[in-house]
Design a protein around this ligand. Sequence first.
Ligand code: MN
Length: 191
Amino acid sequence: MFKLEELPYGFDFLEPVIDAQTMEIHYTKHHQAYVDNLNKAVEANNLQNKSLEDLLNNDLAVVKNNAGGVWNHDFFWSLMTKADSVQPSDPLRSVLSASFGSFEQFKSDFETAGLGRFGSGWVWLVKNIDGKLEILSTPNQDNPLVLGKTPVLGCDVWEHAYYLKYQNRRAEYLKNWWRLVNWEKVESLAR
Ligand code: MN
């Protein structure tokens, strides 16, 4: 049985960028539902011996989608911290500049990819097998691991992640979201 991982902070911890009500619904309803529905699908299809990562690539949409929903949200919560509390280090800025032209260009490209995701999905910074960093977007709860790419940073651009506070303004959500990123964690994953 998969469990809902404990949220590493309270619902109001990410205020004012992400409001407490959004966090509470996102975690206790959406994330919980992915866990519950994954457990049902695992049981119905005798997949109890599989890891969460194995299930991301399952042929059954109900398994793949809910496994992605669990993995992606665990990752998302872990990447965020108190607004403006962690700044990107010079070495991390250098790595991102080398890959995308400049740190500002990296952020701009990431926002563009998030805005360009039609419907629901995620925008990611990933590391390829050759170590090269890349920005990409996936639909629904698809996970880059399936493509052989390791997530370094990921932002949920489903409307449920921002609609109560930002309504249709996904661009504003993405711009504000940078304030929450735990760059120390990003740096450790980008290495
Ligand atoms: Mn979500």
